[in-house]
Design a binder for this molecule. Structure first.
Ligand code: FAD
Length: 402
């Protein structure tokens, strides 16, 4: 009798596992709560679908923080080059952008997802939408379906339920208490790659919300990165902020306060700024002195004044020092529902090396629901695809031990 596999969750991790297991001749059914598959994958496609990264593998493999060592075998078995080959095999050629990030030439996800679902059907995978897993039965898994409640009892199952960001796309983290009740340790899900609240004054917010701060350098415990970010009505947003989000979030958690430090004039040295500011006519307005002496105007000058209302009374060296290192105190991360991804999830200690949950033999887990996080840059999708494959291999090994 062909072994029956239930894959719960039809995002990148679940679909990749379905591809591998069906190719190995197993009877696979994918159960997806939403009316269609891969909604978050499609949303990622709206910003071009950064599917992987072209940097050297030795750098790539350590972008996953504390989880890097545990993820490494899965990433070695499905490298960024493999991701590109796999996408090409489904008719989606990719290219390396200037930042080293890899995108489909069509800059969207829908053709890839369509071809992928077609491949799964050809390989005999049963695709079930509107099938929501609602918890464990005495033996098996309970689903709510348009035809009413159903219990399935597969030979093995994979949970590929995603994290907790953008819950309206399907991954709502309802599974967390169900796994905890069964003795699985799940680290609290937290926002990752997210914006932060800042206590802006009403006047600054009204005038500058939506304005980008271009060509700035930013520093936190994560390091120093250049680029741009956006002032939002709540605080700060954008990929440059996301690069610091894990460091800022962890510092807020550990110490109750955190700040992102901005260099508003990365092209000028502190000495030159101090000298140029000191040269300005002391009778000129502070705005004019900033514009002429430091090249700062618009939102950059306003940010300095917002954070340091007394800056106009400071000595030029002091102003120069703050232009080079202006701390923006952040109050809290934006809610997880707005984040690009989530940190936390199923603890590695409760997963064996084959991605099976130790307290629940026969149930495996993959994708963003595991306890890892990574910056944006294609790392997230690559690790979801790689862990989906690794869990599929784990299921094969468990069902057909050698
Ligand atoms: C705006 C945005 C842009 C992004 N851009 C990129 C990018 O460019 N590059 C990148 O690498 N990453 C990007 N990501 C992140 C990436 O999309 C996710 O990390 C990835 O989709 C996670 O894959 P997954 O399969 O683990 O989970 P998901 O994609 O979340 O899939 C989980 C699936 O499980 C289903 N499900 C959940 N609960 C149940 C249940 N009880 N019963 C049945 N089904 C259930 C969900 O409906 C969902 O379809 C982006 C994310 C967002 C929000």
């Amino acid at each position: 009798m062909t072994k029956q596999i239930a894959i719960i969750g039809g995002g990148p991790a679940g679909l990749m596992a379905a591809e591998v297991l069906s190719a190995a001749g197993l009877a696979v059914t994918v159960y997806e709560a939403m009316p269609t598959f891969g909604r978050k994958f499609l949303l990622a496609g709206k910003s071009g679908l950064n599917i992987t990264h072209s940097e050297d593998f030795s750098k790539f493999a350590v972008r996953f923080g504390r989880a890097s060592a545990r993820l490494r075998p899965a990433l070695e078995a499905f490298t960024p080059d493999d991701v590109r080959d796999w996408a090409a095999g489904l008719g989606t050629e990719t290219f390396v952008g200037t930042s080293g990030r890899v995108f489909p030439k069509v800059m969207k996800a829908s053709p890839l997802l369509r071809a992928w679902l077609r491949r799964l059907e050809v390989q005999g995978v049963t695709l079930r939408t509107r099938h929501r897993w609602v918890g464990f039965a005495e033996t098996g898994y309970r689903f709510e379906t348009p035809e009413g409640p159903v219990t399935v009892e597969p030979d093995a199952a994979l949970a590929a339920l995603g994290g907790a960001s953008w819950p309206r796309l399907g991954s709502d983290a309802a599974w967390v208490p169900w796994l905890r009740e069964k003795g699985v340790e799940v680290a609290d899900l937290q926002p990752a790659n997210c914006g932060f609240d800042v206590a802006w004054s009403e006047a600054f917010c009204e005038r500058f919300a939506g304005e980008p701060l271009k060509s700035v350098s930013t520093t936190s415990d994560a390091g120093t990165f250049q680029g741009e970010f956006v002032i939002s009505k709540h605080g700060i947003e954008g990929s440059l902020v996301y690069a610091h989000s894990a460091a800022l979030r962890d510092r807020l958690f550990d110490q109750g306060q955190a700040a992102l430090t901005i260099d508003l004039a990365p092209g000028r040295t502190l000495e030159r700024l101090a000298r140029d500011l000191a040269r300005q006519d002391t009778k000129a307005s502070f705005s004019n002195r900033l514009r002429k002496g430091a090249g700062l105007e618009g939102v950059k000058a306003a940010l300095l004044r917002e954070l340091l209302p007394d800056a106009n009374r400071m000595a030029p060296e002091e102003v120069a020092r703050l232009i080079k290192a202006l701390p923006i105190p952040v109050v809290r991360p934006r809610p997880i529902a707005e984040a690009i991804s989530s940190a936390g999830g199923v603890a590695w200690d409760d997963l064996d090396e084959n991605y099976m949950l130790k307290p629940l033999p026969g149930l495996f887990a993959a994708g963003e629901m595991l306890d890892w996080e990574a910056p944006t840059g294609g790392y997230l999708l690559t690790a979801c695809l790689a862990t989906g494959r690794a869990a599929a291999r784990g299921i094969e090994a468990w069902l057909h031990p050698r």
